[in-house]
Design a protein around this ligand. Structure first.
Ligand SMILES: Nc1nc2ncn(CCNC(CO)CO)c2c(=O)[nH]1
Length: 284
């Protein structure tokens, strides 16, 4: 249906998943392009392919192999989504975010959203890490909000507030951890704007998005963050800046997905350390 799986359908998908693992996750982590190797730090892990789970959406993007990885990270029970569902693949927006509702039904109380993004803020550099302070839901503003359609109060309210979507105390903790890890030089805190994709932006679009006040642009994360807040989860988001969006017409070379994955691999270790320490140090 247009507004996605019912509350009961979500519960039954979660029940099916629970039969594959004893881990009862407290934290859900959505891995962005090329950042799936965080799963290698999860111990005592159980891995379930999305395709093994009836009605779980399947991802088709290189660098996004669809697996749920349950286990311990930083001593805490977690579930990782290796491979996320993107709107640009043709999925309705609700299906992009339904894994968050399923992880909530599995018992998580916090979700960490990681992604690769293009830098719009001219002070940013490729390889920077941006803690997400706020977002601009461009698809939502133009009629594709993830919560459009029938609302079931068991998920959350009909008209949810979205101020303070990104938990302030987790942002502060992440900032402190990053500085202790020696990342102060590459650490940013800013606003993420979602575009539908799959095209990378034109120069005029990059300038427009910058005028909107966005510091980074991507094609994910916002639907997941909105649905997470809707059902009462604590949300933390972080972007790896994989390239700078051209704001002038002397564009030497265009952004490529390969470049995004390459920077992801180069920076993945640093992001993994940051996320692992955050999981370790966050209060329940
Ligand atoms: N300029 C720019 N750079 C980016 N790097 C990553 N993404 C997020 C989109 N990632 C896609 C394509 O790599 C795969 O999900 C973007 C983007 O949307 N724009």
């Amino acid at each position: 249906s247009s507004s996605g799986y019912s509350f009961d359908e979500v519960q039954s998908i979660a029940e099916n998943i629970k039969s594959h693992t004893k881990i009862q996750p407290k934290i859900g982590i959505v891995c962005g392009s090329g950042l799936g190797d965080l799963a290698n730090h999860v111990t005592n892990s159980d891995t379930i392919c999305y395709s093994q789970i009836p009605k779980f959406p399947v991802s088709t993007v290189p660098g996004h192999d669809g697996k749920l990885v349950f286990g311990l990270l930083g001593g805490k029970p977690v579930v990782l989504m290796r491979g996320r569902i993107h709107y640009y693949e043709g999925h309705p927006m609700w299906r992009v975010a339904v894994p968050v509702r399923i992880m909530k039904a599995l018992g998580i109380t916090t979700v960490i959203l990681t992604n690769a993004a293009g830098g719009l803020n001219p002070e940013y550099k490729t390889g920077d890490i941006m803690i997400i302070k706020d977002h601009i839901d461009l698809p939502g503003l133009t009629g594709e909000c993830v919560l459009i359609g029938k609302n079931d109060e068991r998920f959350g309210p009909r008209f949810p507030a979205t101020v303070n979507t990104y938990d302030q105390s987790l942002q502060d903790l992440a900032k402190t951890i990053a500085e202790k890890l020696g990342y102060a030089k590459i650490l940013r805190q800013g606003t993420y704007v979602m575009v539908g994709g799959p095209t990378f932006e034109t120069v005029a679009e990059s300038r427009l998005l910058r005028l909107f006040g966005a510091d980074a642009v991507g094609m994910s994360t916002v639907p997941e963050a909105i649905v997470a807040r809707h059902c009462g989860l604590r949300v933390f988001g972080i972007s790896l800046i994989t390239d700078m969006c051209p704001q002038d017409y002397n564009v030497s070379r265009a952004t490529t997905h390969e470049e995004v994955l390459l920077v992801g691999e180069r920076r993945a270790k640093d992001l993994q350390k940051l996320v692992t320490s955050l999981v370790e140090q966050m209060n329940d």
